[in-house]
Design a protein around this ligand. Structure first.
Ligand SMILES: Cc1cc2nc3c(=O)[nH]c(=O)nc-3n(C[C@H](O)[C@H](O)[C@H](O)COP(=O)(O)O)c2cc1C
Length: 200
């Protein structure tokens, strides 16, 4: 039995291919680990705010936000980090928007990636503090980025792989539903992605 955290970033609700892909991965995980629980963090419905002066004061003790605003930022950040810490497996549903991740997902990462909590330079070298978790990136895109001329325009997956690794999440599988806007590819994109999933 595993604790699964599903993060939704698409604004497309039930029509979202990244969410369908994430749900398909979760179905495979539940088959492998019966009784697993799923916590859903829907960033389209409940977005976290952008990193601002209140976070700077909460995270770094600097800046001119009020103590009250910093306390709220601290609470939201801690809650987001705890959800990640409590999960054994994290599924990031990612819609490719303008060659990158949705801004709500960036805002969530800005709450989770925090010195002293999820990464540290205490030893002089960067160290990720999150350990022993599996992550699946369920990335849906209108075009094809795994190969071909558009490859260099996928800024989402290198960013996510780098960022997750920085906080210690190095066991990551990138699963793509690609060609979601291309006739001939769009109808099978999610299924093709699901065929690539490796469940340990
Ligand atoms: C605002 C917006 C920007 C998009 N930008 C891109 C893009 O840069 N490259 C691409 O291949 N598809 C792009 N698309 C298409 C989406 O990646 C595609 O519809 C994908 O299925 C979105 O994931 P979702 O189905 O989970 O919402 C964009 C769609 C929207 C709505």
């Amino acid at each position: 039995m595993k604790k699964i955290l599903k993060v939704v970033s698409s604004v497309s609700g039930a029509a979202s291919k990244s969410t369908q892909l994430a749900d398909g991965i979760i179905a495979q995980l539940q088959e492998r680990y019966p009784g697993s629980t799923v916590t859903v963090k829907d960033l389209a419905k409940d977005p976290l705010g952008h990193f601002d002066a209140s976070h700077l004061l909460a995270f770094r003790g600097a800046g001119d936000a009020t103590a009250e605003a910093a306390a709220i930022a601290d609470k939201l950040s801690e809650a987001a980090i705890k959800e990640v810490e409590e999960a054994d497996i994290i599924i990031l549903g990612v819609a490719l928007y303008n060659f990158h991740i949705p801004s709500t997902l960036k805002a969530w990462l800005d709450h989770v990636v925090r010195a002293g909590r999820t990464f540290s330079y205490a030893t002089g070298k960067p160290e990720g503090l999150l350990k022993d978790k599996k992550v699946y990136i369920a990335l849906a895109s209108g075009g094809v980025y795994s190969e071909g001329p558009a490859q260099a325009f996928d800024f989402a997956s290198p960013y996510l792989l780098g960022m997750l690794g920085f906080i210690g999440l190095t066991d990551v599988q990138l699963v793509r539903a690609e060609g979601c806007s291309i006739p001939g590819l769009q109808d099978t994109a999610v299924q093709k992605g699901l065929e690539q999933v490796v469940i340990a």
